[in-house]
Design a protein around this ligand. Sequence first.
Ligand SMILES: [Mg+2]
Length: 232
Amino acid sequence: MTAPPAVGAVSFDIDDTLIDYSASVPHSLRELFGPEADPGLWQALIDALYPRYLAGGLTHEAYLRTRLAAMLTALGRPVPGAAGLDELERRRRTAAESRLRLYPDVPGCLAALREAGLPLALLSNADGPRQRRRLDVVGLTGLFDAIVISGESGVAKPDPAAFGLVRARLGVDHVVHVGDDPAADARGALGAGFLPVLVDRAGRTRAVPPGVLRVGDLRAVPALLEHVGRGV
Ligand SMILES: [Mg+2]
């Protein structure tokens, strides 16, 4: 049996893979909407509207305004004009960023991969300036050899072109992609010829497609890649 090629680099999703994004959301909603804040409704609005932004049907600005207006309407509150919505979004973002945290397993995982000599990349579906600010807030910016964000590149996961940019910028063929989204990250990586590692912190994913490795958190990643790299 032929051993698989050694891992040449690792790319990471950002939100809910490295940054504990979900934990910051309830705080930011309470800041804006008070005790009536409903994270479930907020997530439903994201699920409905974010794909339209990623597909180019909404600018990022229009996405943010539409999401807030829909939330206010659902809560029976008046909806201000564009400037008022922008001010509310600025308050929400400030509150969210005050609670942004890396998962505790992130520094050790990145250090171990660096120690192993692996180039590292970030691959995120997000607005460029906002995501780069968040990377600064949590201290990730200087730790990666390439940062590819859909709002800047124009291509979003699971499009293989998004993964292709990582490969091109690192100049490495055999790349592992680590992310929490079974569709955008795991299936996207598989379709692009990356080795997908699904981070399933909450143990929600029932079954993973053949070819996808699953871990409960990032502590397992360095040893897993060493295993794969040896072709064992
Ligand atoms: Mg994610």
